[in-house]
Design a protein around this ligand. Structure first.
Ligand code: C2E
Ligand code: CA
Ligand code: CA
Ligand code: CA
Length: 278
């Protein structure tokens, strides 16, 4: 009945129009977001549960718009990736995270790394490698304090070029992490083709660990990474049971709400200057 009356169709159209105009609006605003100081980074710890220490923090982008409020990266990163806007954003993240890490080094905080998220198609741009080198040099930041998480919304094309880029980054001391491993395009064949330093098992696998089959898959993914000589990080660890299971299969690098939400610069500093002292 709804179909015949046309109501379903109308509301579908209306919905489309609404989401299209929001998208266009966000894209317009996003172009100005850097200049208007609306972007900032939060940092989420990655812990080594055996060594009981924070080995790194992932820089995650946040956008607070004065009228629209907080817009999630899930929404605006996708929009940015559809244009060259993502390049500008990634460069801002690289610069901001590197500057921050240099400040932490000058404060004598321990040598935990900062990882930044970069879409696969961007790492192959000529300007990208140069930008990394230039940024590290300008901040006099040791390369091992910066890591790149390759995020995947589209398939990695141009295998030869990507391989060269990854090796060039590794040659200057910047480790490469394959993000969201096991889902989408971030697949097993990549492990054969590319020498990642680390793989991050996607949080959807961790979420499903109450299921026996999912546990088997997770165990296999961890073993696969290790057998290839890669570090394995589990992301999205929220519960004690997940933490315990991951320990039991020898995956001791973890990230998730169980340990900490993404936090402000101030909280990272408080953590390292109080809790971990000595
Ligand atoms: P991601 O790279 O997989 O980042 C992990 C996401 O999971 C983050 O969401 C983080 O807040 C969330 N998370 C962390 N621990 C838990 C947990 O225990 N449970 C659950 N349910 N979630 C957890 P966030 O910050 O909303 O970012 C979403 C995605 O947006 C990121 O996924 C990444 O793909 C993208 N993104 C964020 N910042 C950047 C950036 O600077 N550049 C690019 N290119 N992408 C970014
Ligand atoms: Ca990531
Ligand atoms: Ca991820
Ligand atoms: Ca993700």
């Amino acid at each position: 009945l709804a179909k015949e009356s046309g109501i379903g169709f109308q509301s579908y159209e209306l919905g489309m129009a609404k989401s299209l105009s929001r998208k266009l609006l966000l894209e317009q605003y996003l172009h100005k977001a850097i200049e208007k100081n609306e972007l900032y980074l939060v940092y989420q710890p990655i812990v080594d549960v055996y060594g009981k220490r924070v080995i790194g923090v992932e820089a995650l982008l946040r956008w607070q718009h004065p009228i629209l409020g907080a817009i999630t990266p899930g929404e605006f990163i996708e929009i940015a990736e559809e244009s060259d806007l993502i390049i500008k954003l990634s460069n801002w993240v690289l610069e901001t995270a590197s500057r921050q890490r240099k400040i932490w080094a000058d404060m004598n905080l321990p040598p935990f790394y900062v990882s930044i998220n970069v879409p696969a198609r961007q790492i192959n741009l000529k300007s990208f490698l140069e930008g990394i080198k230039e940024t590290l040099a300008r901040h006099q930041l040791p390369a091992n304090l910066l890591k790149i998480e390759i995020t995947e919304r589209t398939a990695m094309t141009n295998i030869q070029k990507t391989l060269t880029t990854i090796k060039e980054l590794q040659d200057i001391g910047v480790d490469i992490i394959l993000d969201d491993f096991g889902v989408g395009y971030s697949s097993i064949s990549y492990l054969v083709q590319y020498p990642f330093n680390t793989i991050k098992i996607d949080k959807s696998f961790i979420e499903g660990l109450d299921n026996k089959n999912q546990r088997s898959v997770c165990r296999t993914l961890v073993a696969m990474g290790r057998n290839l000589g890669m570090n394995v990080v589990a992301e999205g660890v929220e519960e004690l049971e997940q933490y315990q299971f991951l320990c039991s299969i020898g995956c001791h690098n973890m990230q998730g709400y169980y340990f900490s939400r993404p936090t402000s610069v101030e909280l990272v500093e408080t953590f390292f200057t109080s809790d971990q002292k000595g």
